[in-house]
Design a protein around this ligand. Structure first.
Ligand code: KIV
Ligand code: NA
Length: 275
C-alpha cells in the first residue's frame, strides 16, 4: 500500500497519482486490480449510488457502511473517506468523535473534508490527532446551495487569489493532499506549483499532480448528468442494460434456463420416489 510519503515523492518525480471513487466491494476490487493508487469513498455516493440529488443527505452511517465494503474489496489500497455534510461543522468534540469513528471503523488511511476558513482548524485538529487529512477546495458539493449550484470556481482574480491562499493554509495546517474541483486549469497549475503536498484535480486540467473521477462517470454506469470534465472510459452501463433486456426476453421466451443450467437426477430414482 502506498503512503502519504510515497505520494509526496510522486509529486516531486512528476509521477501522476491516480485516485478514483469507490463505494463497494466489487468496484474496489476492480480498481485495485487496475492499479488505482487511492480509492476515495466519496460522499458523491449519495448521488450516484443512493439516488439523492445532492451530497447533503449522506450520513456518517452511510459513509461507514460503504467505507467498510470498499476496504474489504481493496485491502492493499490507500483509502480516503469523505466526512459527510455536517459531521465536522459542530463542536470540536463532535467533529473529533465523528472523525475518529469514521477513520477507525473504515480502516481508512485518510479523511477528506471540504473548505478552508474555519475548516483550517479542523485540518489541524485531525492531523494532530493522527488522522491524515485531504483538503477539498474549489467547487464544494456540500456547499452547492450557497455557491449557487455546481459551477466553475476561482474565475475572478480575487477568487483565484483566495484559492491559492486557502491551499497554502491547508498545507500549513498539515493536510497531506489537496483535491481541487472545477477550477480553470491555469489556476490549478499555479496552486500545484505553490504547495509541496500533492494536488489531485477533478475538472482542473492536466497540470495537477494527479486526477480523481467518480467511478460511475468513468464507466457510464447510471443515468445522471455527465459534467464536461468527465471522460467515459467504458460503456459498461450500456452493456449492463443490454444484458438485462436479454435476461427479460429469454425468461419470457423460455430460452433461459437451458439444459446446461438445470440440475438433474436419475430417471429411475425419480420414478421410485414419485412414480
Ligand atoms: O465525493 C466525491 O466523489 C468527491 C470527488 C469529486 C473528489 O469528493
Ligand atoms: Na465528496
Amino acid at each position: 500500500m502506498k503512503t502519504t510519503t510515497d505520494f509526496m515523492k510522486m509529486k516531486k518525480d512528476n509521477n501522476k497519482i491516480i485516485m478514483l471513487t469507490a463505494y463497494d466491494y466489487p468496484t474496489a476490487k476492480l480498481a485495485e486490480h487496475a492499479g488505482v493508487e487511492i480509492l476515495l469513498v466519496g460522499d458523491s455516493l449519495g448521488m450516484v449510488v443512493l439516488g439523492y440529488d445532492s451530497t447533503v443527505p449522506v450520513t456518517m452511517e452511510d459513509m461507514i457502511h460503504h467505507g467498510k465494503a470498499t476496504r474489504r474489496g481493496a485491502p492493499e489500497t490507500f483509502i480516503a473517506v469523505d466526512m459527510p455534510f455536517g459531521s465536522y461543522h459542530g463542536s470540536v468534540d463532535t467533529t473529533l468523535a465523528n472523525a475518529i469513528r469514521l477513520f477507525q471503523e473504515t480502516n481508512a488511511q485518510a479523511l477528506k473534508i471540504e473548505g478552508a476558513d474555519e475548516i483550517i482548524d479542523v485540518i489541524r485538529l485531525l492531523t494532530r490527532t493522527g488522522i491524515p487529512v485531504i483538503a477539498h477546495l474549489g467547487l464544494l458539493p456540500q456547499s452547492a446551495s450557497v455557491l449557487g449550484g455546481y459551477k466553475v470556481q476561482g474565475k475572478t482574480a480575487l477568487a483565484a487569489q483566495k484559492l491559492i491562499e486557502d491551499a497554502k493554509a491547508c498545507e500549513a495546517a498539515g493536510a497531506c493532499m489537496v483535491v481541487l474541483e472545477c477550477i480553470p486549469y491555469q489556476l490549478a497549475k499555479t496552486i500545484t506549483e505553490s504547495i509541496s503536498i500533492p494536488v489531485i484535480g477533478i475538472g482542473a486540467g492536466a497540470d495537477t499532480d494527479g486526477q480523481v473521477l467518480v467511478f460511475h462517470d468513468t464507466v457510464t454506469y447510471g443515468s445522471h448528468h455527465m459534467p464536461k470534465f468527465v471522460k467515459a472510459f467504458s460503456q459498461a452501463g450500456k452493456e449492463i442494460s443490454a444484458g438485462l433486456t436479454q435476461y427479460v426476453e429469454e425468461v419470457k421466451s423460455g430460452a433461459f434456463p437451458a439444459e446446461e443450467h438445470r440440475f438433474t437426477m436419475k430417471d429411475d430414482e425419480y420414478q421410485q420416489l414419485y412414480g
